[in-house]
Design a protein around this ligand. Structure first.
Ligand code: FES
Ligand SMILES: [Fe+2]
Length: 353
């Protein structure tokens, strides 16, 4: 593992942003997977994603204008539809013929579901339906049009691997996520024993009852509160907590901006209708929590630039090992053109946290 850069896996759907970030008739420009991407929403509300480079002379198309139907480059006014096909070259004289259908700026497969905009980054230019992950995953208990209650994003100056290792690391919380309202310090660690099993493109902390001290969950969700946490490629953590009355899904996504920069999102859906008045407070607490993770990766980088040899220990870092194994297997099976074989085996993990 390179300490500063991560290998970026292709042939997978990535969360590019949340739907509410892209208004009808508007576009946004981003770098994702080391590539310039323009994401837009047409006048009918459909999302699309184009390579943000004009094929004429290379200026980003996002400097141009979008009329809800076509994007016009700011330099010589070439127009492209939302599939990336050129529809107009203003300089064309009536005595010239140019086959516009052969000019394309490049488009990404793009889907909006459950309030998330997913973009597919192909392995060899293949369409998602011909690849190994035809559709982005659906979150449990919520419909395709159910938008999240709250979503936050923070840019992390670290590779997707260090973001992932932090995300699936069960023992840093007692040291990093300390505050007067959550945990004061790491003096009272509890013994944890959890069952893990392989699941699609990753593994799951098997569904289990929340311990009785989590009274707040019972009050919010009803009796018999259980939780399951799924980790899967290309960097998703899905926590599904449900009780007799309500359920909540918390999604954390890590999307590579480049080999050494990452966007981390925390998003949650809830079946309770009364969340609205608490949104500012919840959003603030989520930002504090994620900011603590962000602070440690900034500090960690001060050491990583010296390229030290790092350790992953049992059982605290077993999930970190699984992440690296999953990545290697995804890359190796893609190269060998064979089916992906999940390397994770069912296991009980024990740690103090
Ligand atoms: S560079 Fe875009 S139209 Fe010329
Ligand atoms: Fe954390």
């Amino acid at each position: 593992m390179d300490n500063l850069k991560a290998e970026l896996l292709r042939g997978l759907w990535y969360v590019a942003t949340v739907g509410s970030e892209v208004k009808p008739g508007r576009t946004i420009a981003k770098k994702l997977m080391g590539e310039p991407v323009m994401i837009g929403r047409d006048a009918r509300g459909r999302v699309f994603a184009l390579t943000d480079i004009c094929p004429h002379r290379g200026i980003p198309l996002s400097y141009g204008t979008f009329d809800g139907d076509t994007v016009q480059c700011c330099y010589h006014g070439w127009r492209f539809d939302t599939a990336g096909t050129c529809t107009e070259i203003p300089s064309t004289h009536e005595y010239q013929t140019i086959d516009l259908s052969r000019i394309n700026c490049g488009a990404y497969a793009c889907r909006e579901q459950q309030g998330l905009i997913w973009i597919y980054f192909p392995e060899n230019g293949e369409k998602p339906e011909d690849g190994r992950q035809p559709e982005p995953p659906m979150l449990p208990d919520f419909g395709v049009d159910d938008a999240p209650k709250i979503a936050i994003m923070q840019p992390f100056v670290c590779s997707v691997d260090h973001a992932a290792l932090g995300l699936m690391d069960p023992t840093h919380a007692a040291f990093v996520h300390t505050s007067w309202w959550f945990k004061k310090n790491a003096t009272r660690l509890r013994a944890k024993v959890k069952e893990f099993a392989p699941s699609e493109l990753g593994w799951a902390m098997v569904r289990h009852k929340l311990p009785p001290q989590n009274i707040a969950y019972r009050w919010l969700l009803g009796d018999n509160v259980t939780t399951e946490i799924i980790y899967r490629l290309p960097g998703l953590r899905i926590e599904h907590i449900k009780g007799d009355k309500h359920s909540v899904v918390g999604l954390t996504t890590i999307t590579p901006v480049s080999e050494d920069e990452t966007e981390v999102r925390q998003i949650f859906w809830a079946t309770m209708p009364w969340v609205a008045p608490f949104k500012p407070l919840i959003r603030h607490l989520m930002n504090v929590f994620l900011g603590q993770d962000r602070r440690v990766v900034i500090q960690q980088r001060e050491g990583l630039v010296y390229n030290p040899k790092l350790m992953l220990i049992n059982d605290a870092d077993t999930q970190g090992r699984w992440w690296m194994q999953l990545k290697r297997e995804w890359a190796a099976s893609g190269e060998a053109k064979r089916p992906f074989e999940n390397p994770v085996k069912a296991k009980t993990l024990r740690w103090m946290s």
